[in-house]
Design a protein. Structure first.
Length: 410
């Protein structure tokens, strides 16, 4: 408990303790309710796509053997999408065909209409050679019957849901939405919009965390602001472990006389770790109540956002059954402003990056990096990630950056 964990050690500790939801934590819903839900099973296609050989072009369906003497062919009929040619296909003839229309039996290729000429007798002659299979979309070419189209743990999105609709799948089995209880702690906090008294501040952390939880499609149980009262702490923690899968608190995880979170968590559950070697975000707590997991965010707004972004997101992904979540993408950039840094902790500074005329990423600081200065995020589009033992950074040095994931911070 006395040694500060690195970020990687903390993530290993957390993810090693968690388990994805079980089969009992699923439900079947219709596609129009499934946006951003997580697949609870592999989804297999019940049909072939395309369901039949069809034309990729407007043109003429032909049999290659009848093109060898280069004679004009009569046009025996037409095949439209939804209205295929079902007549007798006579020898030395072609079938006029439209994009998406079923390929007539015996067709070897489709020649696009731009390569065809119609003579005065209404016969068609071609000015280009044809190859077997040309411009024909084969049955099952896109999706084969029985093929897994989405794996368990995939997120259902505006890209994947239309695919399921195209397969005629009306309902899907998904994991139930994660229930997250949310508490802000501290006598100094006031709800947004209420008048401030001397020594009070607005509760921006809970507001910001709610917005990010909504991006994750969580079911949010908002317990509001909790005053500095150990009895109330125990009551709310007890309520949370009965109603939620995860409890997130903001504030109350430092070492002050009014920080009761640690003692209540030790009484009702267990603490896995309490402090991290990161900046901002050192006083981040992770543990477990009897029936719910616990993440304690620092009270400073920047620290709360950084720890939610770096640590709570993978917890939510795991508990939600989302297997495709990945760590933030890291890039290399050149510093265009000096960066102040003391060795000892991994530092997430707010920065703004761009790609210069030479195609190189460069990044600048957005100014003072105090953990209470939330306004710095508005001017930022990335974290500048400075290694734990690194010191000050001079202009021109190479640094690591993490562009913001706008699906969460937008």
């Amino acid at each position: 408990m006395n040694k500060l964990l690195t970020l990687s050690q903390a993530l290993e500790n957390m993810l090693g303790a968690l388990s994805p939801p079980s089969e009992t934590q699923t439900e079947i819903i219709s596609l129009d309710q499934a946006q951003n839900r997580i697949c609870a099973e592999d989804i297999r296609s019940p049909i072939n796509v395309p369901g039949f050989d069809n034309s990729a072009m407007d043109g003429y369906a032909v049999r290659l053997a009848e093109l060898q003497d280069h004679h004009a062919l009569s046009v025996v009929g037409k095949s439209f999408a939804g209205a295929p040619f079902l007549g007798e296909w006579q020898a030395k003839s072609a079938v006029r065909i439209m994009t998406g229309a079923m390929i007539p039996n015996g067709c070897d290729a489709v020649i696009m209409q731009e390569q065809a000429e119609i003579d005065a007798d209404g016969k068609v002659r071609f000015n280009a050679d044809a190859k077997a299979g040309q411009n024909i979309r084969r049955i099952g070419e896109d999706v084969k019957i029985g093929e897994i189209v989405l794996k368990q743990g995939a997120k259902l999105t505006a890209l994947s849901l239309p695919l399921l609709a195209s397969l005629g799948i009306e309902k899907v089995r998904v994991f139930k939405r994660l229930k997250v209880a949310l508490i802000s702690t501290g006598d100094e906090l006031v709800a947004v919009g209420a008048p401030l008294k001397t020594g009070q501040i607005y509760d921006t952390n809970r507001f910001a965390v709610k917005l990010m939880l909504e991006k994750w499609n969580c079911e949010i149980l908002d317990y509001g602001i909790l005053p500095d009262d150990p009895t109330l702490f125990e009551q709310k923690f007890t309520q949370a472990q009965q109603e939620a899968d995860l409890l997130i608190t903001s504030g109350g995880v430092s070492v002050g006389e009014a920080d009761f979170t640690k003692s209540v968590l030790e009484k009702l559950g267990q603490i896995n770790f309490w402090k991290l070697a990161i900046k901002p975000g050192k006083p981040f707590a992770f543990g477990k109540l009897q029936h719910a997991w616990f993440c304690g965010l620092p009270g400073n707004p920047v620290s709360a956002l950084v720890t939610f972004y770096q640590l709570v997101q993978p917890v939510i992904a795991t508990l939600s059954g989302y297997r495709e979540w990945q760590k933030p993408v890291q890039l290399t950039a050149m510093a265009t402003t000096p960066l102040k840094k003391a060795p000892g902790r991994l530092d997430f500074q707010r920065g703004f990056y761009r790609v210069n005329a030479e195609g190189q990423a460069e990044v600048r600081s957005v100014g003072f990096q105090g953990s209470h200065m939330f306004s710095s995020f508005v001017a930022s589009n990335c974290f500048i990630v400075l290694e734990q033992e690194r010191g000050n950074v001079a202009v021109g040095e190479t640094v690591t950056i993490e562009p913001f994931d706008l699906s969460v911070l937008n």
